[in-house]
Design a binder for this molecule. Sequence first.
Ligand code: BGC
Length: 264
Amino acid sequence: MLKGQKALVTGANSGIGKATAIALGRAGADVVVNYVAGREDAEKVAEEITSFGGRAAVYEADVSDEDQVVAMLDRMIQDFGTIDILVANAGLQRDAPFTEMTLAQWQKVLDVNLTGQFLCAREATKEFLRRGVVPEVSSAAGKIVCMSSVHQLIPWAGHANYATSKGGLQMMMETLAQELAPQKIRVNAVAPGAIKTPINRSAWETPEARADLLRLIPYRRIGDPEDIANAVVGLSSDLMDYVVGTTLYVDGGMTLFPGFATGG
Ligand code: BGC
């Protein structure tokens, strides 16, 4: 489905990024596996992609550092020739009750989750515009998939920095989509709900936490990273060529106000 396309996935050494890199590779793309810490894990992801015939490389870069992002895209263009798909996935949480939230916690989350996506999208877009559409490869000049969250919509007490970063990301994604669509660049987002990854281990690790969490999910299943990876592959492919500026919620119904299933 993505044969001949070159994809960059940020934060691809674990969780959703890892599953996404592997799924893109399985769909035929060559993949750059970005990480900021955890080189061995990133290398395992790359090995898995090469094991089924794809090409993969591992690049270290902090997405919130402008020079490192510029260097990463330069290197990708040198090594792979171009970029067709950016999955701006790297993200983190630094949770705290509001009055205890430090400026450092606030800033770190905004820097990685929001500024990091801005920098990666900007650098990828420069290459999409330089190259333009190559019809044998894809109907679009480039595809950007922003990894958002149900918390671009659902306010989240104790996570003001994280929810704000995702709320901002929605407007950035939609603005870029509007600005870049005439140049045949498709920008979209995937908004995961509760997915079993290291970022939210405490929410699914114990039976009590799991039961609490499942009450928030009408489909009564905690998501797997592959649920998100499949959505990213779909949005990146020409099957979804007319999908522009959309957020695809992949959340088992978490955004359907499950508290109102009874009562109201
Ligand atoms: C957060 C997780 C959380 C999920 C649902 C995600 O964006 O990173 O920690 O479990 O949203 O609330």
